[in-house]
Design a protein around this ligand. Structure first.
Ligand code: AVJ
Ligand code: FE
Length: 454
């Protein structure tokens, strides 16, 4: 649906809150208490911290703010405030053990559902938090975002596997014959949104952006293509690297995507995935590369990363109708045949999958499978206002005119839930980060003679 009210109805707060909770429990019920309270990487919280933080945010926003009820556990606020304690310090805090944390989440959820039932959520509600049920959608998205983070923690964990999911279907028959790149015609499009009922503050407001035409990879860069970069000495040649990226590549001794290992100096590549070692599938999008690696690959290929605006235009603008839609394929919801989302598979689908989710240009997999690094830093749109809390986005923006220390990622991954994914959604991370489920695609400027070509 296009109409914000219809969309808000379709989004169904109770169903998305319930789906988030089922995922949260699946990611935490599979481990014992010691493992839940251990830190598997200094970059990540113990899973038990994420668990209670999810409940604490829900208490703050749904029980106290939306419901106007007195606090259930005000003593937990400082423990689960992400800004008060760096991740590395969290294991030493007097955190709730998993049993009490699960009971706390259930108690908060019971209250939240009562509040949901008794709270009017119409479009002209005097409280902007309640309009179209925004705050319920915000909390469902928050829980799903942590579920993706928790899945990244699982990937970093060592020890026997505890998660399993069926493999994605093989690539469709036409995948091998797709053109390498598609043309995105020049002209204006609407970036961001002022009407999407559950869009977060950094996606707002809508504004027109004019772009020259460009050619975009039809699919994300694959493991096979990335191996060509490795085999061609890409990691040994500073010409391809951003100067800060080269310094990082030396210091961190990068030589392949994270979790890859080779069978001898010239043997086949294997990867570790949720506790199992398997051959690297050549036709899947490359995963677990940092921004510097993506940027170096693009330069080696004679191309560049798309800007955030280019990515969004490719993912929502239809030149035939002039409309800017919620998803690459239009405004209908992300069914499984359109996008690899929601942790249904614990790996990306092969490049060229999901023809039903193609963009008007023919580009595939803009949504789902792997987050895509863009060339852009994370900065506010013109007219940005923090809503409802500064710590979601605003504190990550640089001072006006200063460069951002973060790079924007777009499109979501196999680990992202549909409720937390749309063509306007913005994610960001440090350019050195590799544990997130990120890959990339490349692009190049079109020359005027290209316009009008298919
Ligand atoms: C938007 C994914 C960068 O995980 O740091 C979770 C989402 N914000 N709790 C993050 C978030 C507050 C955020 N990212
Ligand atoms: Fe959070």
């Amino acid at each position: 649906p296009r109409d914000p009210a219809e969309l808000a109805d379709a989004l169904a707060p109770e169903a998305v809150l319930d789906a988030a909770r089922r995922r949260t429990l699946a990611l935490t019920d599979c481990l014992g208490d010691d493992e839940l309270m251990a830190q598997h990487s200094p970059l990540m919280s113990p899973l038990g911290w994420d668990l209670a933080h999810i409940g604490n945010q829900e208490e703050i926003w749904l029980v106290r703010r939306a419901g106007g009820r007195p606090p259930l556990r005000p003593d937990l606020d400082p423990l689960y405030d992400a800004f008060r304690h760096p991740r590395a310090d969290r294991p030493a805090l007097p955190l709730l053990k998993p049993g009490p944390a699960r009971r706390y989440l259930a108690e908060v959820r019971e209250a939240a559902l009562e509040i949901l039932e008794s709270t009017p959520r119409h479009a002209d509600s005097p409280d902007p938090l309640l309009r179209h049920g925004f705050v319920f959608g915000m909390i469902a998205q928050h829980e799903q975002q942590h579920d993706e983070t928790m899945l990244a923690t699982h990937q970093l964990r060592s020890g026997p596997p505890v998660l399993d999911a069926p493999p994605p279907p093989p690539a469709p028959a036409d995948a091998a014959g797709l053109p390498a790149e598609v043309l995105v015609p020049g002209g204006p499009f609407t970036m961001g949104t002022s009407t999407d009922p559950w869009a977060l503050d950094n996606e707002r407001p809508a504004h027109s952006v004019e772009l020259p035409p460009f050619w975009l990879d039809t699919v994300p860069v694959t493991n096979a293509a990335y191996q060509d970069f490795i085999d061609d000495g890409g990691y040994a040649d500073p010409r391809w690297w951003d100067p800060a990226g080269w310094e990082h590549r030396i210091r961190a001794d990068l030589s392949a995507p994270q979790f890859w290992q080779r069978d001898g100096a010239h043997g086949s590549w294997y990867r570790r995935r949720f506790g199992r070692t398997e051959p690297v599938p050549p036709d899947q999008p490359v995963l677990h590369v940092c921004w510097y690696e993506a940027d170096a690959y693009a330069r080696w290929a004679g191309r560049r990363l798309p800007t955030e605006a280019e990515w969004e235009k490719a993912a929502r603008h239809d030149p035939a109708t002039g409309r800017d839609t919620r998803y690459p394929w239009g405004d209908d919801s992300p069914e499984p045949d359109r996008a690899g989302l929601g942790q249904r598979h614990l790996q990306p689908a092969p490049a060229g999958s999901h023809p039903a989710g193609a963009a008007p240009s023919g580009a595939r997999q803009l949504l789902g499978d792997v987050w895509e690094w863009t060339a852009s830093g994370f900065t506010p749109y013109p007219g940005f206002t923090a809503f409802p809390y500064r710590e979601y986005s605003e504190v990550f923006f640089p001072a006006p005119g200063a460069p951002s220390p973060y790079k924007v990622l777009r499109g979501g991954s196999f680990a992202t839930d549909p409720v937390a994914c749309r063509s306007t959604f913005r994610n960001w991370d440090h350019p050195v980060r590799r544990q997130i489920f990120a890959g990339f695609r490349t692009c190049r400027d079109a020359v005027p003679a290209d316009e009008g070509r298919p």
